[in-house]
Design a protein around this ligand. Sequence first.
Ligand code: NDP
Length: 684
Amino acid sequence: MVPEDTYSEPIEEMRRRELVEVTIDSLAEVGFVGTTLAQIAARAGVSPGLVAHYFDDKDGLLDAAFRSLARRVGTQVRARLRLVATPRGRIQAVIDANLAPEEFDQRTGSAWLAFWGQVLHVERLKRIQSVYQRRTLSALRNSLLKLVAPDEAHSLAAMIAAMIDGVWLRAALSGWREADSESARAMLTAFVDGRLSQSARAVKAAVDASPSSPAPGQRFASINPATGEILGQFTVSGAAQVNAAVAAAVQAQTIWAAKTSAERGRILRRTADLLRLRNEELAVLESKDTGKPIQETRVVDAASGADCFEYFAGIAQGLSGEHIDLGPQAFGYTRREPLGVVAGIGAWNYPLQIACWKAAPALACGNAMIFKPAELTPFTAVKLQEILAEAGAPLGLFQVVQGFAETGRLLTAHRDIRKVSLTGEVGTGKAVMSDAARTLKNVTLELGGKSPLIIFNDANIDNAVSGALLANFYSSGQVCSNATRVFVHRSIKAAFLERLIKRVNAMRIGDPMNPETQIGALISEEHMHKVLSYIARGRSEGAQILTGGMRVTRGELAKGFFVAPTVFDNCRDDMAIVREEIFGPVMAVLEFEDEEEVIARANATEFGLAAGVFTNDLTRAHRVIARLQAGTCWINHYNVTPVELPFGGVKLSGLGRENGRAALEHYTQLKSVYVAMGNIDAPY
Ligand code: NDP
């Protein structure tokens, strides 16, 4: 507020104050132009010379009157501020003083309006006005800084000040009809409260959304789900470890990207060779960590990872941009460049394969990768890190961090990580995408599914049964692309079920380390209970169990988490076991009559990862596949995933593709270069 005048002479001071009050009366009654020294003198009953003695001229008098108005508000603000201690209370003090009842009376209001009309033209008044504005703003800002972020404190202070002036001005111009002091203060109070609670909600959302670092030194154990035995202990990576990993990856990526693609390709090929060489060790480790039968892990996990490294080793050598002809005076070209440091976050069902499927294309394209395996399966990604180092990859090029979702979120939120590739559930995919949006990262999301397998009446029934078994019971049913909705044509359903059940009943459930075992353990006790609860729900909803339907606790298996392969008949499309991803050995068989009907029912899901069709009618096979809403499809087979074919989902099953040349799109960015070949014609 305006500095208070300091006069020692009380009489002089009193006279001056009287003259100022008379001036305010005059301004209110006859306005700025009508207010003259002579008129003030006449109103005050003094000589014009006395007025001139105190104020020199009209400008001096008006200056004093304006200061007096502003000072009164300032004194009120200070008096109110002395009474409150909280930041919110101090904001209210500024509002209440500026919009006090005395500021809303006809006389004061008219005087203020008369001055405001002159502020732009009279330098002395402008100075008083700007001091008044600055003080109001700083009083508001100082309090707001204790309540909201600095940027917001500045803008909100300006907004509140503008609203105080605006509300008052509108009220004054409407002859005090639009608002009185009380309603004006109520309006400002509601505005400030609304903005502060909005800001508090935003801060809470940001705090909720921003990753919290796990407690330092937090440990977790990995257990063998077939025996309950503890396999090892791991330390959770917190912000410090993640930051250090990213810093090392940034350096390694620079070295890596500077290599020729042939050099990179050689290292990736050696990685493939080492994965094959260490296949048995990796298979044993993966079976112990996941509970999957060794007969699977010996032929799938490291083998598929090796195929992937070998494939991308070749692709790395052929990575190129394109040349674009732009006429005789210019040409263009594109460079396919790496993104930088990227993150991979894996699910627990194929830990090593997922790490390889993400690392191989990422590294082939010149990126570095930081990978977080699921905390249930932390072992084999570490082996991949060792193998890549042994193959000659620069230190830090592929690093593993361990932990739970918090560690994953540290990667997703990290500003130096340019992309995240996640394999996981739909809900996790949404969380990752929303976290990644805050630093505008690329995302590849390989998510869940509830895929359909359609078996027409002209299909080879034995092949169709094989397909349905591959589509449901591999890895104890813990495969994202599984076709757990098996639609069988009504005319062959009985024959299909008879052969299917016979083969399911012959499956060997047991110790995953026994090469004869075909069905191993589920990943955890918690997951087993989830699968069993779905089975109970299917039963209660009226589906009929043809085989399985229970936990297996025979002998040593009681220590682990085994569920018998289960087939449900009499299923309806609206049952939970038909709509929701169970991620266990649970097949739902459904009956259909005609092609149109089954296509509509197959597509009636929010998922779209995979689909399969069994038929010997060539044209029908392609016609139906073309209409199925799924990213990955099979005709007369199921769940084979050669690395040459892109893999991924549509709808809620994901974004982007892994494998095939399509993966390159997701791990590179294009740079366009225009090259001029002639003189430049500039219009300047
Ligand atoms: P989750 O989604 O629970 O976890 C996947 C990974 O994401 C884990 O490493 C997990 O850490 C981590 N994570 C969890 N929350 C976050 C978060 N907010 N931010 C960053 N990372 C996070 O999946 P599951 O491990 O349970 O795997 C099963 C799912 O994966 C199924 O839905 C299956 O369909 C899908 N899947 C999809 C595949 C595909 O290619 N489409 C292939 C294989 C599986 P942690 O485990 O430590 O909590």
